[in-house]
Write a protein that binds this ligand. Sequence first.
Ligand code: HEM
Length: 184
Amino acid sequence: MATAAPSADRYSTGAIWFHWIIAALIIFNLIVGIFHEGVPALRALMPAHKAVGITVLVLTLARIAWRLRHRPPPFADSVIGWERTTAVTVRRIFYALMLLMPLSGWIMVSASTHPRPLPWFGLFDVPLLPVAHAAGAPAGTTHAVLGYLFAALAVLHILGALRHQLILRDSVLGRMIPGLLPRG
Ligand code: HEM
């Protein structure tokens, strides 16, 4: 994966790739996870949900390792005090959720009384975790509660980005979308 030198006014190429690939996978998993019970077409995607979730876990570990060596650009001048604190806090919560959601899902399916293989897109089986059956219920509750928290935060995150682009008309969203110019 190519990584450009960090620039003062936008995220580096590596950070942008990590952000958009992981974001797309998480949005897919939130939609399938939340609506699979009522929508048969989404229920059929549950094996993909699990494989995508494991992929998010691996990519997040890679992203954290990468992030430790690549600092994000400083905040744009238009981002004021409370917004900076909120952005840093939400960023940390997102990292925690990107780890806890796949882990709780993995524990949940591993703790089943009748554990089934966990195929990764038909290519190989992801090993089940050596966890006790009793871990299944708390893992399932964690997965559900954090899933709704994740969905709510993702909506706020998207609305915040759109507010910068459409209302404040600054360069914040353009830092994550090369070529996007502020409106107006
Ligand atoms: C980015 C990673 C993930 C996200 C964002 C995510 C999100 C969700 C959400 C929001 C739900 C609905 C919760 C509910 O209403 O009860 C769900 C259900 C589920 N998830 Fe995940 N998930 C992820 C990873 C995983 C992984 C890695 C596995 C297993 C290996 C998994 C297995 C399941 C299962 C089996 C359900 C259905 C639970 C039930 O119907 O009782 N998930 N997921």
